[in-house]
Design a protein around this ligand. Structure first.
Ligand SMILES: *Cc1c(COP(=O)(O)O)cnc(C)c1O
Length: 454
């Protein structure tokens, strides 16, 4: 008779901390989080599987409304346009559209998505360097707001205007020095070196299109408000000069997106919530620059904002399950989750906050959190103070609403479901978990490769 030999585990001494503040001051998750908007997390995992993206409709609406208020209390004419690439799940876009947001798109595919969602073409802003002739023909026919990125695009629009006798509604994207480096000068026309004036003069002289706006998107996750003040001043100066030279009023100034969310960047010493500007800070910088400019007060332009991450990050959570715990060669604790970097792209940028979903002991230990992929780069957190989690325990990763559900990658595993909790507390699937057919239906195997004999 053979006896099962017990697995041998090398004895190691681990530094376990008690619940005293560590040198950073705090730590993630003193208390488990068991619910989102009153809905039990464990219940959602048993109904919809793990991992699972959860979006809170109430948080989207609350975040949107407070951002809108921050601007409308300071400037009389404000319009938000939802940045599709930040999260283009239709249920998310439609929540923003119900709140009054227009659509901001950067490709033909996103443009089509906005049209299919029912957005009026006149309320779609079309940005980006890659608009095909077919895209532009459609956008011009729909009277969408086309933000010209480069001269070849300008000539293509001119060509379509001549062919169709339609008047394209255009703005130009302007890049500029706002004191933030590296400067995002690859998009649009430069302010300082005269490129912007060059294209503005072309537009105004040939009279084939309507110049309706000026646009800038100076960067993303901007940790200061001051650059927006500079950008708003420079666009105002352009608007005033256009008026002086051509007696023409532009209808809007669009300051783009880029406000920081509450996620903390890797390498930051303090939590983002304590250090980043608030929406009120950004709103104050932009509004005061516009109001203090020489723009004719009887022709104040509409202020458009294309805020992405700051409006959606908090509304998204990612639920997952512990696969196993291991000790690495130095004895440090490694916890492996079923959440990989392929579905949590932002783990390359952020130290995402992670909280256990069930009660835990008071001991905590520095832990490295891995995903399930067979790739060394699949690290969710290099180091996080967490209580020991057991196989099958659940965790919630906070603030994942921006960019993950558009940049996620089907790799090794299939992508999980996304659910949205309504304001009434109903949980609706807004994207099914992928099935193998989602991949294989697009594949073709040439006939000579169909059969083999092993
Ligand atoms: C990506 C993008 C946005 C949204 O940016 P956030 O940093 O997420 O706010 C807005 N406008 C344009 C042109 C963009 O490319």
């Amino acid at each position: 008779m053979t006896m099962n030999k017990l697995n041998y585990e090398r004895p190691i001494i681990n530094k376990i901390e008690n619940t005293m503040p560590n040198k950073i001051g705090g730590r993630s998750g003193f208390k488990p989080i068991t619910e989102i908007d009153g809905v039990r997390i464990k219940g959602m995992i048993s109904n919809f599987g793990s991992p699972l993206f959860v979006i809170s409709e109430a948080t989207i609406r609350k975040t949107y409304q407070s951002a809108y208020r921050a601007f409308t209390t300071r400037y009389p004419k404000v319009q938000f346009a939802w940045s599709y690439k930040t999260n283009y799940l239709n249920a998310v876009c439609n929540t923003f559209h119900q709140e009054g947001s227009w659509a901001e798109v950067v490709s033909g595919f996103e443009y089509e998505k906005a049209i299919n969602n029912g957005v009026d073409g006149r309320h779609i802003i079309f940005n980006g360097p890659d608009k095909t002739k077919a895209d532009l023909q459609k956008a011009i026919a729909n009277q969408s707001l086309i933000h010209i990125d480069h001269l070849d695009e300008y000539y293509m629009i001119l060509n379509i205007a001549e062919e169709t006798n339609l008047r394209p509604q255009v703005a130009i994207r302007v890049n500029m020095d706002t004191g933030i480096y590296p400067m995002w000068d690859r998009f649009g026309f430069n302010y300082e070196n005269g490129q912007a004036w060059d294209v503005l003069n072309k537009i105004m002289m040939n009279k084939k299109m309507d110049l309706i706006g000026l646009h800038a998107h100076i960067g993303t996750y901007m940790m200061e408000a001051e650059p927006y003040k500079i950008a708003a001043s420079k666009l105002s100066e352009l608007a005033v000069s256009i008026n002086k030279k051509y007696n023409h009023y532009i209808k809007y100034i669009d300051l783009g997106g880029g406000f920081a969310s509450n996620n903390t960047l890797k390498g930051a010493y303090l939590p983002a919530e304590d250090t980043n500007p608030t929406i009120d800070d950004y709103a104050e910088a932009i509004s005061s620059a516009l109001l203090n400019s020489n723009i004719d007060p009887d022709h104040l332009p509409l202020l458009i904002l294309e805020t992405g991450r700051a409006l959606i990050d908090d509304a998204g959570s990612l639920l997952g399950t512990v696969i196993t715990n291991k000790r690495d060669s130095k004895g440090a604790r490694n916890t492996v989750l079923d959440i990989g970097v392929n579905i949590l792209f932002t783990s390359f940028w952020y130290n995402h906050k992670i909280t256990p979903v069930q009660s835990f002991s008071h001991h905590i230990e520095d832990t490295k959190i891995y995903g399930p992929l067979c790739m060394n780069i699949d690290v969710i957190r290099e180091s996080i103070s967490l209580p020991p989690l057991n196989t099958g325990d659940n965790v919630i990763i906070h603030r994942v609403g921006a960019y993950n559900m558009t940049q996620w990658m089907q790799f090794i595993t299939l992508r999980p479901a996304v659910v949205m909790i309504s304001e009434k507390g109903d949980v609706n699937i807004i994207r099914e978990s992928e099935k193998i057919e989602a991949i294989t239906d697009y594949e073709k195997v040439p006939s000579h490769l169909k059969d083999f004999d092993l």
